[in-house]
Structure formats: structure tokens, C-alpha cells
Design a protein around this ligand. Structure first.
Ligand code: NAD
Length: 491
């Protein structure tokens, strides 16, 4: 849409603590993926609007940096309480703009709250290090905020991914500017309202809506010190390269193709239920979703059970909608092509839609591709829908070599009742997050979230313990109050 429909509300930007109507000429519709209803228009803001946000944020951050950490985190205690009080209505908002089931939206909020809890714990881990490095000479290390920092987020967790970054970055004394996905900008604005109610000073949390132009402007802006990016691998790499090139600290988490290995000694019922939940939860639109199931000889009974479970589910009832008609077309394209390219379409999700689901929704049911070869596109591409590709192999080493050969490295999992086999796999899988009998092995706070290879660019972590390092810089202070020991050659 290039001309804004004035009957539909425009999403504002948050700049300097104020809701600002963007001067953008171009707006895009924000659509409820389950109904097709247009909820709002989101502006494609320009670099000048980002610049205004950076200037306001820099001004506010100077005072915010002087607030003691213990006082800064009080805001996060209040934010947690506010989200808990309103969790049902916030879950509805997430479901409205993202299309996931209400229970999944609730889950997203609960996981996000854990990140706020981590931020409230910063005073417990922030106590600096001090040591007498030679007689009468003390060295101590303090942490300082970076200044103005940016976060760029994807559509699939519109509330949780901003909460991965905002509470810790802000508690560390930074001012954060968020560019949410243009497909799901409403949660980001709501988070701003809640932070304001929690007492956050104006300008410390800003939202600039837009697309590529704002992302590129964030990478180039000299007033932004660090960028946390979460999204596809293609854009993660672009942001990492461009942001690093201007001297910023950049951590960019990218896409995924997660492999789950099923051993013959796996608990059949637990494994089947767990794999199905991993592949179909959030309609498969999770960077932690099961994508390829590597089934060893002797696991036909488990694959059959997974197939039965897929056949019993329908979109619109058991799983939510995918984000857009384009996403649906991309996913159904894989279904259309799969047999011509040598895999078997064991369960066809195109037909598995609840008849009661709204006609305008982007629904695709669970889809199972079987007997795929490792070079088939359904084995290699991040489909980002409720699909699972089964590859049949003879032994564990063959399974590991398939996992290792994929360019991503977010998560990998194994189902087995043998500790020895699990350890063998965990040591050899080329992924940053490993599941043992767990299909969505998200390392909850304070363990940092993050993958390897093409699933992650840049050093450090956006969540958990590592995030405290990422959002701060250190200062080392060396002090001497007397000159009794004259042997100190560095005076
Ligand atoms: P996306 O990469 O399309 O968009 C992410 C952000 O980048 C958005 O804010 C978007 O506006 C912006 N963007 C898109 N194209 C751009 C371009 N050409 N130049 C500059 N900016 C651009 O991702 P998405 O479709 O919103 O989200 C799904 C992807 O995110 C999947 O690949 C998924 O695996 C990944 N993801 C990864 C993690 C993780 O932790 N590794 C978590 C969630 C999602």
C-alpha cells in the first residue's frame, strides 16, 4: 500500500518518550494472519526519523547512565508485574498480529518475563572485580553502558524477542531503539507503554518503525554503539557486515535448520509427542523448530506415530496461521514440488485446515515429507512452516554427518535412552543449542540463547550471562594512595 488508508490507524513511532506520527509517505498494512483483517498501517519511516530518535535517546541516556544499577532495575520489577497483570490481553495482542495460538502467545510472554527477571538480577552479578595487583596498588574493573544501542527484531516472537534485549540493555544504562518487524509492530509499541507506566524515563526506549532503510540507517548511524539483530540469516549477515564496518558491536542471530535424531532405544511415546510439538508449535515459525528428523533403522514405529499425530491435527484449531499469504505460498510450494524432487509426501497439510477457521487466514496444516535425501530442498532450506522432513539412515555417524553438513547451527537434538549415545552426539553436533530428549532446547535464563555457523554472526550473547558483557563496556581503574613500595616498575 503506498497511500495510507485513513480509516485504519497508523502505528506511531516512539521518540523521546512521545508517540510521534511518522512523516513516511509509504505505509504497509499490518494484518491479522488468522483472519486477513487489516489491523493498522505501519509507516516505512526514514533515516531522518531514526536520527531524531538517536538524538533524543542520547540526551536521555546521559542522565540514565548516572542512575545506580540497583535503581535502574526497579523499573524492570515493575515491568514484570505489569506484564503479569495483563498477560491475557497481551497474549491476545500477540495472537492478533502474529497468528499463533493464544496458549503459544502466553508462553511467549512467560519466556519474555524470564528475561526481565534476569535483568532484575544484574545487581547480584554486577559487583565488580578488585584486586591488589602489587603492594599498595589496586586494580578494579567497572562496567559502563555503551550509550545508544539498537535492536532489530523478527515477526515470529513480537513480544519475547524485544524482551530478550530491552530489559538487560536498558538496565545496563543504555538507551535502546527498537525496529520491530513491519509485520508485527504492535507489541513493540505496547512494550513502550508498559515501560513508561513502570517509570522508565522518556527517550530510554524508542521505537522507529520501518524496513530496510531504517535497518541500514541503524548500521550506519555514528550515534548508535551496538546492534542486536534477530532474524533470517541473509539479513543477519548484512547487518553484521554493515554494522561492524562502522565500528559497532554487532550480534546477529540468524535462521536455522534444526536436525533431530531418533535412536531405536528412544522412548516412543515421549519422542513422538515431543517431535510433533517441536515441528508444529507456533506453526513451525520458530528458529528452534524441528525441521529434519533423522530416523535410524528400528524407529519406524516412532515415525508412524508422528505421522498419525500429524494426520490428527488441523490448522486453525491445533496450530495457528502462518504470518502472511506469501509465507503460505512459499510453504505450499515446497509441498507441490516435493515428490517431483524425490521425497514422499506422507502428510499433506494443504488439506488439513479446520472448516471453521476464518476464510481469510493463512492456514497450512502439518506436513510430513518422508524418505528425503539430504540434498533435497526440504532437507536444506529453512521452510519456516509446520513441516517436518524425515531422512532415513543406518547409523548414528551417518546422522551426525548429515547434521554437520548443514550450514546452519542453531539447535540439534537426539532422542535416546543411552547417556553414552547422547554424549557422543552432543559432542559432535555442530550447533550451539543441543537437546537430549527435548525438541526445542531453548537454554532458559541465565543461560544465553544462541547458535553457531550461519545461525549466528558476531561475538557475545544477547541474552543470559553473556548479555551483560554485550551491552556494557569495561573500565579498569588502577589506584595507588602511597609510595611505600618503590619496586613497581610501572610507577
Ligand atoms: P527477516 O530477516 O526477514 O526480518 C528481520 C528484521 O530484519 C525485520 O525487522 C525486518 O524488517 C528486517 N529486514 C528484512 N529484510 C531486510 C533487508 N533486506 N535489509 C535490512 N533489514 C531487513 O526475518 P523474519 O522473517 O521477520 O523472521 C524469521 C527469521 O528469523 C527466520 O529465519 C528465523 O529462523 C529467524 N529467527 C532467528 C532467531 C534466532 O534466535 N536465531 C529467533 C527468531 C527468529
Amino acid at each position: 500500500m503506498s497511500v495510507q488508508d485513513i480509516t485504519i490507524p497508523a502505528v506511531c513511532n516512539l521518540i523521546g518518550g512521545k508517540a510521534v506520527v511518522s512523516s513516511a509517505k509509504k505505509h504497509l498494512p499490518v494484518t491479522n494472519p488468522s483472519t486477513g483483517e487489516v489491523l493498522a498501517n505501519v509507516p516505512m519511516s526514514g533515516a531522518d526519523e531514526l536520527d531524531a530518535a538517536v538524538k533524543a535517546a542520547a540526551k536521555a541516556q546521559r542522565d540514565w547512565a548516572l542512575v545506580a544499577l540497583k535503581d535502574r532495575v526497579q523499573i524492570m520489577y515493575r515491568l514484570k508485574a505489569l506484564i503479569e497483570e495483563q498477560v491475557d490481553s497481551l497474549a491476545e495482542l500477540v495472537t492478533q498480529e502474529n497468528g499463533k495460538l493464544l496458549a503459544e502467545s502466553r508462553g511467549e510472554l512467560l519466556r519474555g518475563i524470564e528475561c526481565i527477571e534476569f535483568a532484575t538480577s544484574l545487581p547480584q552479578i554486577a559487583a565488580g572485580q578488585a584486586m591488589e595487583v602489587s603492594r599498595g596498588v589496586e586494580c578494579k574493573m567497572l562496567r559502563y553502558p555503551l550509550g545508544v544501542v539498537a535492536a532489530i527484531t523478527p515477526f515470529n516472537f513480537p513480544f519475547m524477542v524485544p524482551l530478550w534485549m530491552a530489559p538487560t540493555a536498558i538496565a545496563c544504562g543504555n538507551a535502546l531503539i527498537l525496529k520491530p518487524s513491519e509485520q508485527t509492530p504492535l507489541s513493540a509499541i505496547k512494550l513502550g507503554e508498559l515501560l513508561e507506566q513502570a517509570g522508565l524515563p522518556a527517550g530510554i526506549y524508542s521505537v522507529v518503525n520501518g524496513g530496510r532503510e531504517i535497518v541500514e540507517a541503524m548500521c550506519d548511524h555514528p550515534g548508535i554503539q551496538a546492534i542486536g539483530f534477530v532474524g533470517s540469516t541473509k539479513v543477519a549477515k548484512l547487518v553484521y557486515d554493515r554494522g561492524s564496518n562502522t565500528g559497532k558491536r554487532v550480534k546477529a542471530l540468524g535462521g536455522a535448520k534444526n536436525h533431530l535424531v531418533v535412536m531405536p532405544d528412544a522412548d516412543p511415546a515421549m519422542t513422538a509427542a515431543n517431535v510433533v510439538a517441536s515441528a508444529t508449535g507456533c506453526a513451525g515459525q520458530r528458529c528452534m523448530a524441528a525441521s529434519v528428523l533423522i530416523a535410524l533403522e528400528g524407529t519406524d514405529h516412532i515415525v508412524d506415530d508422528i505421522k498419525k499425530k500429524f494426520q490428527s491435527m488441523v490448522a486453525g484449531r491445533d496450530i495457528g496461521s502462518v504470518i502472511s499469504p506469501e509465507a503460505k505460498a512459499r510453504i505450499t510450494g515446497y509441498i507441490e514440488r516435493c515428490e517431483a524432487r524425490g521425497a514422499k509426501l506422507a502428510v499433506d497439510g494443504r488439506k488439513a485446515v479446520d472448516p471453521a477457521a476464518p476464510a481469510g487466514g493463512n492456514f497450512v496444516g502439518p506436513t510430513l515429507f518422508d524418505y528425503a535425501k539430504p540434498d533435497h530442498e526440504v532437507c536444506c532450506d529453512e521452510i519456516f512452516g509446520p513441516t517436518l522432513t524425515v531422512v532415513r539412515v543406518k547409523n548414528l555417524d551417518e546422522a551426525i554427518s548429515i547434521e554437520n553438513a548443514n550450514p546452519y547451527g542453531n539447535a540439534a537434538a537426539i532422542y535416546t535412552s543411552s547417556g553414552e549415545v547422547a554424549t557422543y552426539f552432543a559432542e559432535r553436533a555442530s550447533a550451539g543449542m543441543i537437546g537430549i530428549n527435548i525438541g526445542v532446547p531453548v537454554p532458559r535464563e541465565p543461560f544465553p540463547f544462541g547458535g553457531w555457523n550461519a545461525s549466528s554472526y558476531g561475538e557475545g550473547d544477547l541474552t543470559g550471562h553473556g548479555s551483560f558483557d554485550f551491552w556494557t563496556k569495561t573500565k579498569k581503574i588502577t589506584t595507588k594512595w602511597h609510595d611505600r613500595n618503590r619496586s613497581n616498575w610501572m610507577s
